[in-house]
Design a protein around this ligand. Structure first.
Ligand code: ADP
Ligand code: DP6
Ligand code: CO
Length: 359
């Protein structure tokens, strides 16, 4: 094991956007939610995290850099993920480089981790989801931990709840589970990315600034103070989960859009019902909601679903390329990218709609 070698692994993981939101934990350490949730995993070429993990006998402590800046690994979440993967590490042999790491060596070896998000961090576009899923995946590869996707997903969950869904593509459900030890709180794939590939995602980056209230502390305050959350978790979400699964199975866009928009709005209502209230959306977010609602009404049947995570940025899902190119033209007209406003850019899922929209 001695010497000056470095072994490195790089992984890339997409983010996921919830259409039925996770908001509230029943166990803060294991990260067990108060309700099931459903998300769409984005195309890895769209919004993703790239993480390189390196190990070397010359490293004297674990260190991590996020978007080029060193961050602390002291928090319980990073430590949980590192501990879980380290305990599953196996022998590694890289003949080409002459590296041999025995299972027992991993306890004393230190890691350097460098991660980049190709989209705004901590701005409500699920950077924690892509970030922790990617970290766990990369570490497992580095340490030759032979865990399956489901076990890696359960470890990623202990980094950030939403991360457990990013290990799978397509439509994913995070089943809340009942066990105290979290063994049955797992993500499962409902349908793969090919199942409903007409959908086109357009994201309006209304503000790339870091949110004032992190998802973790926001949902903690909601659990402590909101009565509406209890009603949502017990009465509303279980029914919506059944309806959403049905809408996805049947590619029923009208139901999908109605459920997605209602659930986003109820999630933000729950934030308002928190004491003190949490405002994740801003004026532009509200204007986008009104505009999409108006366009959908004028078309007769919904063409676009909108959803906002814990931040002001709008994630819009158009039913097909035609609807997406019309949406983009309308957005550019009514919400033009402008250095003087805080609306700055669009992230487009399927670039070919630029041509369709004549851009
Ligand atoms: P978001 O809406 O972007 O998910 P959160 O408040 O849930 O915002 O989480 C933001 C936190 O997630 C960051 O402060 C950081 O601790 C963590 N995070 C973000 N990106 C990464 C990454 N690439 N690797 C590891 N952790 C990350
Ligand atoms: C609004 O997974 O970021 O994006 O588990 O505390 O890390 P922690 O929170 P996080 O919360 C995500 C909340 C959400 C909805 C969702 O992704 O389901
Ligand atoms: Co997050």
């Amino acid at each position: 094991m001695a010497g000056k070698w470095v072994r490195m692994v790089t992984a890339q993981t997409p983010t996921n956007i919830a259409v039925i939101k996770y908001w509230g934990k029943r166990d803060e350490t294991l990260i067990l939610p108060v309700n099931d949730s459903i998300s769409v995993t984005l195309d890895p070429a769209h919004l993703c995290t790239t993480t390189t993990v390196a190990v070397s006998p010359s490293f004297d402590q674990d260190r991590m850099w996020l978007n080029g800046k060193e961050i602390s690994l002291a928090g319980g979440r990073f430590q949980s993920c590192l501990k879980e993967i380290r305990s599953r590490a196996c022998d590694v042999e890289d003949e080409e480089k002459g590296i041999k790491i025995a299972k027992k060596d991993w306890e004393n070896l230190h890691l350097h981790i460098a991660s980049y998000n190709n989209f705004p961090t901590a701005a409500g576009l699920a950077s924690s989801a892509a970030g922790f899923a990617c970290l766990v995946f990369a570490l497992a590869k580095l340490m030759n931990a032979k865990e399956d996707q489901s076990q890696l997903s359960a470890i990623a969950r202990q980094g950030s709840g939403s991360a457990c869904r990013s290990l799978y593509g397509g439509f994913v459900k995070w089943i809340m589970g009942k066990d105290e030890d979290g063994r049955d709180s797992l993500a499962v794939q409902l349908a793969d990315e090919k199942h409903w590939d007409d959908l086109v995602i357009i994201i309006a980056v209304v503000s790339s600034r870091q949110k004032e209230t992190s998802s973790t502390s926001g949902m903690r305050e909601t659990v402590e103070t909101s009565l509406l959350l209890k009603h949502r978790a017990k009465e509303v979400v279980p029914k919506r989960i059944v309806q959403m699964e049905e809408a996805i199975k049947n590619r029923d866009f009208a139901s999908f859009a109605q459920l997605t928009c209602s659930d986003s709005n109820q999630f933000h209502a729950v934030c308002l019902d928190t004491s003190p209230p949490i405002f994740y959306m801003n004026d532009t977010s509200h204007r986008i909601i009104s505009a999409v609602e108006k366009w959908n009404r004028s078309e007769g049947v919904p063409q676009v679903a909108y959803t906002f995570d814990a931040g002001p940025n709008a994630v819009m899902i158009a039913r097909d390329r035609k609807a997406a190119s019309l949406l983009l033209r309308r957005l550019l007209f009514h919400f033009p990218p402008n250095a003087d406003t805080d609306l700055n850019s669009y992230i487009i899922g399927d670039k070919s709609i630029l041509q369709d929209a004549g851009i």
